[in-house]
Design a protein around this ligand. Structure first.
Ligand code: ADP
Ligand code: MG
Length: 318
């Protein structure tokens, strides 16, 4: 398929019905109408085959994940997603892969009413760069630098599933278990916690999405806020699938250090904890209280032992 035929296919497969898109795909650039009284929140993430997803991942799932990881960044800011661009570098090959990719991307875009407004299409080793744009009412974004000593620390959903899913793919782990598919699905089709991020505006003091592992990402919040954290490792939420497959040590390691879960980790002032619980219920997402923000820097477990930062999470340049 030629470049322009592919762009036409992309345009026809992704719905673009938003009245704040003045001009979408097809010109030299898109024209977009920002929302009065709001701030624009912008994030971009690249996915490289073999680095951010196993090369044998289904094309539909790669498309889903490329958008999901970007929406997750907006969720962590408390922003409502609106527009997205897609830069695709594709190797030679049949058109089936890019079309299935676009269908996965489009499925998640439709769920969140995000319009694909432009992009770029080139030949080369498979890589995908997505940029998302969203809105927050002025001054209400959730940031990493707002945590204070005494705040409660929460995490959404469950942790460690994606790391276990990666073990399923790379090491053929849990060969006899029916839970394999559930773990792999958490790796391949993460759920961005957009509704939870919106509901936490005005309630959470700081927020981050867990992409590199809880210890690493909570460490970012602590450093940026000039505080530390005590984490009750036994309180980290685990899925039934993870409990069924992994012994407690391995499970805990994945929950603390595994990447790719795309849950939200956030802090809440003590007197707002009930509001946070209401917000989560309203968003339909379970949350678990996993610790407390401390004045003393660094991350420790409930017994006071350091959660070693050198093993804290994924770092592409390590
Ligand atoms: P130009 O050469 O002027 O940059 P292109 O031929 O790259 O134009 O793109 C033509 C139109 O198609 C532009 O509106 C661009 O945003 C859009 N486009 C190209 N590739 C993609 C893609 N992968 N996804 C969405 N829109 C795309
Ligand atoms: Mg171009």
């Amino acid at each position: 398929m030629r470049e322009f035929a592919l762009i036409d296919e992309i345009r026809s497969r992704v719905s673009n019905t938003r009245d704040d898109v003045v001009l979408g795909i097809g010109d030299d650039a898109a024209i977009l109408a920002p929302r009065p009284g709001h701030e624009l929140v912008v994030s971009t993430d690249t996915l490289v085959s073999g680095v951010h997803f196993p090369p044998n991942t289904a094309a539909f799932d790669v498309g889903w994940k490329a958008l999901a990881v970007n929406l997750s960044d907006l969720a962590a800011m408390g922003a409502e997603p609106a527009w997205v661009t897609l830069a695709l570098t594709l190797p030679e090959g049949s058109p089936e892969w890019p079309l299935a990719f676009v269908d996965g991307f489009a499925a998640l875009a439709a769920e969140h009413r995000v319009a694909l407004v432009g992009g770029d299409t080139t030949r080369g080793p498979l890589a995908i760069t997505v940029a998302v744009h969203g809105f927050v009412p002025r001054g209400t974004a959730l940031r990493r630098d707002g945590a204070s000593a005494g705040d409660a620390i929460f995490v959404s959903g469950t942790l460690g599933d994606a790391a276990a899913g990666l073990a399923v793919v790379l090491a053929d782990a849990f060969a006899s278990r029916p839970e394999r598919a559930a773990l792999r699905a958490r790796l391949d089709r993460p759920t961005p916690r957009v509704a939870l991020g919106l509901a936490l505006r005005g309630v959470a003091s700081a927020c981050i999405d867990v992409s590199d592992g809880l210890a690493a990402d909570l460490g970012h919040v602590a450093r940026r806020s000039g505080v530390g954290a005590t984490v009750d490792v036994d309180a980290l939420p685990a899925s039934d699938a993870l409990r069924a497959c992994a012994d407690p040590d391995r499970r805990r390691d994945w929950q603390l250090r595994g990447g790719d879960d795309y849950e939200l980790c956030f802090t809440v002032p003590d007197d707002r904890v009930a509001d946070a619980e209401r917000a989560a219920a309203q968003a339909g997402v379970p949350i678990a209280r996993i610790g407390t923000v401390t004045k003393r820097p660094g991350l420790v477990d409930a017994g006071g032992d350091a959660l070693a930062p050198d093993r804290a999470g994924w770092d592409h340049f390590a």
